[in-house]
Design a protein around this ligand. Structure first.
Ligand code: GLN
Length: 459
């Protein structure tokens, strides 16, 4: 393969594309990497399976010398002086960072509409959203603007857009991938993860970015990081559980797609059962309280002094802070900072934040019980079909509620893989996810690969 020609073709695709998947793409930066990779190949320095692979990066992951905006006015011109650990690992493995992708501001949202750069259009039907918040990364892969991408998943932001864009996305077990250099939204919930058109590429990228990092003390020293070995192991004897609550109230087309997928897993040799996941009742509420509480603290650093944007005119320090933050953040982000500050304030802390933390513990315990019974959980990536651009952004609560199938996974620190399982009546993909117990990625990879290989038979 001629890496240079290949990368130039991708750059051309990006230039021609009209789906607004990228925030920036610096050709000089890309071509400098191509030269470095060619040299590395000559010197036989690379051993990974992703040498020369063009990878798009969500714009909340720091890239040294390359703008990292979080799709926010606050960081519009921010150029990090260091790279995230995941970026360093990709570069060391010989991958090529092809550009930075669109997202909801600070990863807050489910449609990529909450971006100062505007929504990313769904590559399958441009009138619809690509999902969010990693919509740019998923759409870029789906539209052949990159072979793979990185996203971040705090409450579903890799899986839900992967579903809507018809690509594969993995949210790893909490502690598997370093968050060093990921601009924090809700630190206790989020993980960086890979996105690709197929399970194999996705797993190959995951192998490169995973593993203990001394710059992130929450990373775990795992022994079983050779995920690609699981690909071909099959699923004979697997027990898969489908939570009734995740399909009962789902859109009819989503429900049918999951029922059909469950049948296909049975044909592939798994036992499928339906069960009650009571955690569903309070997962969204607990998630939004915890995520907003952490966001209010994490985003306090954007004050016009230490980072990014500062307002033009002010008469006092206090006014400078107020105007900077009022002008620098979009409404949704401000709403969450306010909510988070409220639930952490004296007199309300016990009633909201502590209660949410208790709910989180209960959710984790319930999953622990469920995984004594099942190898995997099969669920939709979203209970609703992809919305038309401009629709869901009008109703924040409706948008929050649409995260019901993904947020509990993050509260419990579980891994999950998302991939398409059908198309809706608007020609937009419908996603399914397989959730595994902590540190059991191999099981979901086995099942996803088997499903991907056999899917053609059922379509
Ligand atoms: N939609 C969820 C939220 O807005 C999840 C976002 C994410 O995973 N980054 O918080």
């Amino acid at each position: 393969m001629d890496i240079e020609k290949n990368i130039l073709a991708y750059l051309e695709n990006i230039k021609k594309s009209n789906i607004n998947a990228f925030i920036s793409c610096d050709e000089d930066y890309v071509m400098a990497q191509v030269s470095a990779v060619k040299k590395g190949i000559e010197e036989k320095r690379f051993t990974s399976k992703i040498v020369g692979m063009p990878i798009a990066i969500k714009d909340n992951i720091c890239t040294k010398g390359l703008k990292t905006t979080c799709a926010s006015k606050m960081l519009k011109d921010y150029v990090p002086s260091y790279s995230a650990t995941v970026i360093e690992r990709l570069i060391k493995a010989g991958a090529i960072i092809i550009g930075k992708t669109n997202m909801d501001e600070f990863a807050m949202g489910s449609t990529t509409e909450n971006s100062i750069f505007g929504a990313t259009k769904n590559p399958h039907n441009n009138e619809y959203v690509s999902g969010g918040s990693s919509g740019g990364s998923c759409a870029a892969v789906a539209a052949n603007l990159a072979v793979a991408a990185l996203g971040s998943d705090t409450g579903g932001s890799i899986r839900q857009p992967a579903g809507y864009c018809g690509v594969v996305g993995i949210k790893p077990t909490y502690g598997t991938v370093s968050r060093y250099g990921l601009i924090a939204y809700a630190s206790s919930l989020e993980q960086v993860g890979p996105i690709a058109t197929n399970v194999t590429d996705c797993v190959n990228v995951l192998e490169v970015i995973s593993g203990r990092d001394k710059k992130d003390s929450t990373t775990v020293n795992r022994s079983n990081l050779a995920f690609s070995k699981a690909l071909t192991l099959g699923i004979k004897g697997f027990k898969i559980g489908v939570p009734r609550q995740y399909i009962e109230d789902a859109d009819e087309e989503v429900k049918n797609a999951i029922l059909e997928t469950a049948k296909n897993f049975e044909k592939l040799g798994a036992v499928v059962e339906y069960f009650d996941l009571h955690a569903t009742d309070y997962a969204v509420a607990a998630y939004y309280i915890i995520a907003c509480a952490e966001a209010s603290s994490n985003l306090s650093r954007f004050d016009g002094v230490r980072y990014g944007y500062r307002t033009d005119k002010y008469d006092s320090l206090d006014e400078m802070y107020k105007k900077t933050r009022s002008e620098g953040f979009l409404d949704e982000t401000k709403r969450r900072i306010l909510l988070g500050t409220f639930v952490l304030s004296e007199g309300y802390y016990d009633a909201y934040y502590m209660k949410a933390m208790k709910a989180k513990a209960v959710i984790k315990e319930e999953f622990d019980r469920v995984f004594k019974q099942y190898d995997l959980i099969l669920a939709p990536t979203s209970p609703i079909k992809a919305s038309k651009i401009g629709e869901l952004i009008k109703d924040s609560v409706k948008m929050y509620l649409s995260d019901v199938c993904t947020v509990a996974t993050n509260l419990a620190g579980l891994p999950a893989i998302a991939m398409p399982c059908a198309k809706d009546s608007n020609n937009v993909p419908i996603g399914m996810q397989l959730i595994a117990d902590r540190f059991n990625e191999h099981k979901m990879i086995q099942a996803a690969y088997t499903f991907e290989k056999e899917r053609a038979i059922y379509e």
